[in-house]
Each structure stands twice: as structure tokens, then as C-alpha cells.
Design a protein around this ligand. Structure first.
Ligand code: GLU
Length: 324
């Protein structure tokens, strides 16, 4: 069993990210194997080295340890490029010379006519020698994945069987015109190289998963098991954000929340131990943990409840430890 936590270092560790890390950690403790920390910093403009350190510090404070890494995704771009090359060679990806203006106007036309827009595969029809000539001339291009035009089926451990029709799945981009790999290519390429068996990540990635599954298949790699964790909502039932209070591990730490209390509270936001007990240490949780017992319904972040947990932990701590 090999799992990973793969934050993008674009800000402080959000409680949603922390909960994803916690579930990966619990799974690793329960099943053995390895938890890998991978920092997804390929978006250099938005990534920050200070945040890379900060995220690790927040994880350690919370008690989430990892077995391998941190691996920096930005140091692996040559591997990603090699994967793209492999896909082009095997006919599962192709160079596309269409300009974005051209495609934007076609997309707008389709939108006005009430149709969805999928890339019309104009460049897939180009003869091989024409492609080679244009590439040799250094003509700007991107690399697209040849998405099978058939349903993609998979079982999510939390959501059950899913069946995604092809009309929602474009020939998505693997490599941008500046040569940089996209998120889809990097993530699948790294998951293969790191031997990931279970991908436990936020619900916001669910729509990416059919693309990723097709990429794993095209690269001849085993497809991992997926579990998409529900969103954490604020008290206003909208995505948890600054509007309704603190959202990062760092802020709760500064407010005097103990790491044990935050771990306990976050773990129980969507997971219920079989006995239904509320106060458990991370080591007590680990042997009881099962991804299948996580609810797929969004959970509401309740600061008062977190503070209740914190109060319980504070009252049981010896005074010298509390003062520390
Ligand atoms: N880097 C992505 C994020 O922070 C996670 C990617 C993944 O888990 O596949 O949302």
C-alpha cells in the first residue's frame, strides 16, 4: 500500500488539506506501506518555498509523519516530458498547432448554438511528415492526449460506481506551448513512478479522475484505487473560507488549539469510528480506520465543536506540559 499527500505550496495548510493528510496517515498506519509527501510546485508563479517549509512544519506539528519525500514535483519535469514523449510515440497523444484564439472562437460558436465543445481533432488528421516538418520549423504547439471516446467507469471507495460519458472528456492538454507539463500529466506520471496504490484526495479532483485513469491505462500502468473526500463547508454551507473565520492549521495553532484536538476534530469530520466514540488519540484511531467508513456527504466546520475538543484535551494535560 502506497499513498501520498500532494499539496500545492500556494498558501498555508488549509484544514481541508490537513484532513486529507490525516486520512492518508491513518490509512498508512492501519495498512502498513508508505505515505509519500509530494510538493506539487510546478506552478512556479504561485508556489512559494517558504510555504513548502511551512506545510511540512504544520504537518509535523499536527503529528502527520511521512515515510518518503518531500519530493518536489518541479524537479521531475524531465520525467513528465519523457512520459509525454512515450504517449506521442505510442499514438496516444499528438501535437496540436491550433491557436487558442482559433479554438476560443469555435468554442464561442458552439456555446451560442447551445452545444458543448470538444477539440475537433483537427491536428490529429495531419500527416506524420507534415507534423514533423512543422515541429522541425519550431512552430508553437501543445501536446494533447487522445481521449478514448467511450465511457470511463470506475469505483470510488466513498461514492461507489461512477460512469462518465465521453462527451464530458476532451482531448486535454498534456504539455503547454512553453513545454511545461500540465497538472494531469505531472500527477499521473509521479503517481506511477512513486508506485501509488491508493489516491485519497479532495472531491474537487473528482472530475479529473476519468482523465487520470485513461492516462494510467495509456502508460500501461496499474490504475490506483480512488477515494475522493467530501468538501468541508463553513457554517454558511458554502465552501469554507476566510469569510467565516480561520481556515489554516497555522491560525488555529496561533489561537492556542492543541494539535491533538485539531487532529481529533478533523479526523471525525467525515469519519466515524465503529464504536462511535469521540475523543481518541491518533494512535487509538489508526487500528480502527477504514476509508469505507468516511461519509461522502459534505461536512460542516464547527469552530465551537473544535474548541470543545480543545477544552477536553486541555483539561486532561498535566500542567507542565500545558505550559510548555
Ligand atoms: N496538488 C493538488 C492540490 O493541492 C492535489 C493533487 C492530487 O492529490 O492529486 O489540490
Amino acid at each position: 500500500m502506497r499513498v501520498r499527500f500532494a499539496p500545492s505550496p500556494t498558501g498555508f495548510l488549509h484544514v481541508g488539506g490537513a484532513r486529507t493528510a490525516i486520512y492518508n496517515w491513518l490509512f498508512r498506519q492501519r495498512m502498513g506501506g508508505a505515505l509519500i509527501l509530494r510538493i506539487e510546485d510546478t506552478d512556479r508563479a504561485r508556489s512559494d518555498d517558504a510555504m513548502t517549509r511551512q506545510i511540512q512544519d504544520a504537518l509535523r506539528w499536527l503529528g502527520v509523519t511521512w515515510d518518503e519525500g518531500p519530493h518536489l514535483q518541479s524537479e521531475r519535469v524531465e520525467r513528465h516530458a519523457a512520459r509525454a514523449h512515450e504517449l506521442v510515440e505510442s499514438g496516444r497523444a499528438y501535437a496540436c498547432f491550433c491557436s487558442s484564439q482559433e479554438l476560443d472562437s469555435k468554442r464561442a460558436e458552439a456555446g451560442a448554438a447551445g452545444h458543448g465543445f470538444l477539440y475537433p481533432r483537427t491536428c490529429l488528421a495531419l500527416a506524420r511528415d507534415e507534423v514533423e516538418r512543422r515541429l522541425a520549423h519550431g512552430e508553437p504547439h501543445i501536446v494533447r492526449f487522445l481521449m478514448p471516446r467511450e465511457n470511463t467507469r470506475f469505483t470510488d471507495l466513498l461514492r461507489g460506481d461512477l460512469d462518465i460519458p465521453p462527451d464530458a472528456l476532451d482531448d486535454f492538454i498534456l504539455v503547454r506551448s512553453d513545454g511545461s507539463p500540465t497538472y494531469h500529466l505531472s500527477v499521473v506520471s509521479d503517481d506511477i513512478d512513486m508506485g501509488i496504490t491508493h489516491v485519497v484526495r479532495g472531491d474537487d479532483h473528482l472530475s479529473n479522475t476519468p482523465k487520470h485513469i485513461r492516462l494510467f491505462e495509456a502508460l500501461g500502468a496499474p490504475v490506483p484505487v480512488f477515494a475522493h473526500l467530501p468538501l468541508i463547508l463553513g457554517p454558511d454551507r458554502k465552501r469554507l473560507s476566510k469569510r467565516t473565520g480561520a481556515t489554516s492549521v497555522e491560525e488555529f495553532r496561533a489561537q492556542g488549539v492543541l494539535p491533538q484536538a485539531l487532529f481529533n476534530y478533523l479526523a471525525l469530520l467525515s469519519w466515524t469510528p465503529p464504536g462511535g466514540q469521540e475523543l481518541l488519540s491518533k494512535d487509538e484511531m489508526a487500528p480502527l480506520f477504514a476509508l469505507e467508513r468516511i461519509s461522502a456527504a459534505p461536512s460542516i466546520f464547527d469552530t465551537a465543536k473544535l474548541l470543545w475538543f480543545n477544552g477536553r484535551y486541555i483539561s486532561t494535560l498535566p500542567i507542565d506540559e500545558l505550559m510548555h
